[in-house]
Design a protein around this ligand. Structure first.
Ligand code: NAD
Ligand code: IPM
Ligand code: MN
Length: 360
């Protein structure tokens, strides 16, 4: 028998543990039915790890992550740690984890099936059929650029990109486009920023040299924010730097209706990392209100990456069926059901697949 798949869980803070627990239940259920053996290993990370050992990314956690087949992260951060020095904030643990893993490519898909378009913040007829992916550069740009300095009178950060960093993330975006609608929108602020001028130059050059069959347009980030709301169906792949992708992906979550729906995959390093787009949501933590869909769909992306697409598709189908029945948490409907009630319904939908196909 082959070794079990080794998945490190980093539940983190706030709603992180609630949504990871829901995702693990669903992942365990689909894996069992398809006879896939998984070993989950939970490790402290973020604020929880600061409280435990004084470090948001303890050495043992990083070591476990590096030796795993994949990592599933909940969320980190919260007001409790907001006054810590920068290196001792949960967020710096997350940035270091991404960097240590070499996970430079963050894929954030957003799709709005017609049957669920009424959940959107926008009119259903404007968003129905939206199907885009934000390809966000994750280990460079202003998040990591040096020099950086905090001072009470003046502070600065540096937005910096090398040609190598731009080329490798652009390649991921073009490759995604080839598997999807064949269309890349590269987002920058080349009318103002030097780093964006290089970005635009390299992306253009790469398209001409290696991807003549993919169509490319460039868009300033301010316009991109507006067009995402005005005409979301005009996007296929959105290629962005670290900061612009962070902002635009939260904005794009309103198309499907909630930040609690958006999963992501952070790829390019030795161990792939899967993380909901949302944060630790301190305002609803420990109340059973969290939407677990983003974490469950992150689990589905994990299975896709490990070539277990049947498991991934089962998760997606069970979630779709549950949402289509009108069962959803309070971020999507009023008053909304609890995290555990929603999760039980996804598990029931999965059980029904087994009854329909007893050979599983
Ligand atoms: P947030 O994403 O945690 O929450 C924004 C809003 O969306 C809140 O009203 C929250 O209740 C709601 N929301 C988010 N996820 C939800 C879900 N699954 N179900 C229902 N509602 C949900 O962003 P924030 O409030 O700006 O940040 C809170 C903390 O999370 C901060 O410390 C921030 O640094 C951290 N953060 C962490 C990550 C991460 O771990 N990947 C991502 C973003 C923010
Ligand atoms: C995200 C988060 C993180 C980011 C923070 C918590 C460091 O907002 O994953 O979107 O900005 O990348
Ligand atoms: Mn973010």
């Amino acid at each position: 028998m082959s070794d079990p798949i080794h998945i490190v869980l980093l539940p983190g803070d706030g709603i992180g543990p609630e949504v990871v627990s829901a995702a693990v239940q669903v992942m365990t259920s689909v894996a069992k039915r398809k006879n896939v053996d998984i070993r989950f290993e939970e490790r402290p990370f973020g604020g929880a790890a600061i409280d435990d050992v004084g470090n948001p990314l303890p050495d043992a956690t990083l070591k476990a992550c590096k030796s795993a087949d994949a990592i599933l992260l909940g969320a980190i951060g919260g007001p409790k740690w907001d006054k810590q020095p920068p290196d001792l904030r949960p967020e710096s643990g997350l940035l270091r984890l991404r960097k240590e893993l070499g996970a430079f490519a963050n894929l954030r898909p957003v799709s709005v099936p017609a049957a669920l378009a009424s959940q959107s913040v926008l009119p259903a007829d404007r968003v129905a059929g939206t199907d885009l992916v934000v390809v966000r550069e994750l280990t460079g740009g202003i998040y990591f650029g040096e020099p950086r300095q905090y001072g009470s009178e003046e502070s600065f950060d540096t937005m910096r990109y090398s040609a190598i960093e731009i080329d490798r993330i652009a390649r991921i975006a073009f490759d995604q486009a080839k598997m999807r609608g064949g269309d890349v929108t590269s987002v920058d602020k080349a009318n103002v920023l030097a780093s964006s001028r290089l970005w635009r130059e390299r992306v253009t050059r790469l398209q001409v040299a290696e991807y003549p069959d993919v169509s490319l347009r460039h868009m300033y980030v301010d316009n991109a924010a507006m067009q995402l709301v005005r005409d979301p169906r005009s996007f296929d792949v959105l290629l962005t730097g670290n900061l612009f992708g962070d902002i635009l992906s939260d904005l794009a979550s309103t198309l499907s209706g909630s930040l609690g729906l958006l999963p992501s995959a952070s790829l390019g390093g030795d161990t792939p990392l899967f993380e909901p787009v949302h944060g630790s949501a301190p305002d609803i933590a420990s109340q059973g209100k969290a939407n677990p869909v983003a974490a469950m769909l992150s689990g589905a992306m994990l299975f896709d990456e490990l070539q277990l697409s049947e498991l991934a598709n089962d998760i997606r189908q069970a979630i779709d069926q549950t949402l289509k029945k009108g069962i959803s948490t309070s971020d999507l409907s009023d008053p909304g059901v609890s995290t555990s009630y929603f999760t039980d319904h996804v598990l029931k939908a999965l059980d029904a697949f087994t009854e329909l196909h007893p050979s599983f």
